[in-house]
Design a binder for this molecule. Structure first.
Ligand SMILES: [Fe+2]
Length: 328
């Protein structure tokens, strides 16, 4: 990918861990009053499904594997909680602290972290150490999104798509206001020669999530990426290890999803996984490699599941060009 402007940062290889949707449990005791809202549906749903399929064993194995890989940074793309109760916020803070220094861990909220009105604000305040943008990059909306954290030549940009939604809905939104700010951030980061990673909880791709879980503002998001460019978009929400491509400024931009970080033996989704993203300088541009690692069978063992260089379908040899956006 051709790059303009001067390159003021340098790195040989930057290693970024991506995990998402850890849905920390067990759920603290819930009072009747707390359930007298949208949370009652979530609580019933959690009792019925997630409490059986998410537990600390799976997540513990994933986190141990991430730590063993010694990544330069960890990106957490939301849904740390279930119902965003006060005790869950405390639990999420403790878990984030356990991952490593806040300087090296970045988080964006998911719909479960904004389960009812007011929850997002409380979580955002509690998570400030992990969402604090670098000085010199403009402070954004009241919850501080999008934020920018530059780490060794990589701009980690945290977008918020979470908002409280009606019962049985898990939709998100990407607003025009964030779009304007994101556009400016992407332009500046490009001028500074930075590799741009955009974190967002909901997949900014049409059809990637069912209608009741979709992102409002997909076309707005995609217009920003097409007009201003980004090297990589990371998301969660679907609990699926997917790879899509959207139009970028100088080619196509990969949009990478990940299986839930705490999924144990459940249902229809893959077992717990995380992604290792390796970013390499390549002349004036970059190369990006994606390794998926996850639980294997009932062993509790985490192993490499796939490894590939992220090369846009349009840039591949003709024989390979029919490979449309794929799911791993
Ligand atoms: Fe979600």
């Amino acid at each position: 990918m051709a790059r303009g402007g001067s390159i003021r940062y340098s790195f040989v290889m930057f290693r970024l861990a991506h995990l998402s949707d850890v849905h920390l449990g067990p759920l603290p005791d819930v009072t009747y009053r707390q359930l007298a809202s949208k949370r009652i549906t979530g609580y019933i749903n959690w009792k019925r499904n997630r409490s059986k399929t998410f537990h600390d064993g799976a997540l513990g194995a994933i986190v141990d594997d991430i730590k063993a890989a010694k990544p330069d940074h960890i990106a957490v793309t939301g849904d740390l909680m279930n119902l965003a109760l006060a005790d869950e916020i405390s639990l999420s803070v403790g878990w984030l602290e356990s991952l490593g220094p806040a300087h090296d861990v970045s988080v964006v909220p998911g719909n479960h972290d904004a389960y009812v009105p007011g929850a997002l604000r409380k979580a955002s305040i509690a998570w400030r150490p992990w969402t604090e943008g670098d000085a010199g990059w403009s402070k954004m909306n009241e919850n501080g999104y999008p934020y920018v954290r530059v780490r060794d030549g990589v701009a980690i940009i945290g977008v918020n798509s979470a908002r409280a939604s009606a019962p049985f809905l898990a939709t998100g939104s990407f607003t025009e206001e964030q779009a304007r700010r994101l556009a400016n951030i992407l332009d500046r980061a490009h001028k500074e020669g930075l590799y741009r990673v955009v974190m967002i909880h909901h997949p900014p791709v049409r059809g990637a999530a069912p209608a009741h879980k979709r992102l409002f503002g997909i076309s707005t998001f995609q217009k920003v990426i097409a007009g201003h460019g980004a090297e990589l978009v990371l998301h969660g929400h679907t609990h699926l290890p997917t790879l899509y491509w959207i139009k970028g400024r100088h080619g196509q931009t990969p949009v990478v999803g990940v299986a839930a970080g705490g999924e144990n033996h459940g249902q229809h989704k893959p077992l717990a996984q995380w992604n290792l993203i390796e970013i390499e300088k390549n002349g004036d541009g970059f190369r990006t490699f994606l390794t998926r690692r996850g639980l294997v069978g009932h062993t509790g063992h985490v192993a490499q599941l796939s490894h590939e260089e992220l090369v846009a379908p349009s840039a591949r040899p003709l024989a390979d060009a029919h490979h449309a956006p794929v799911s791993a």
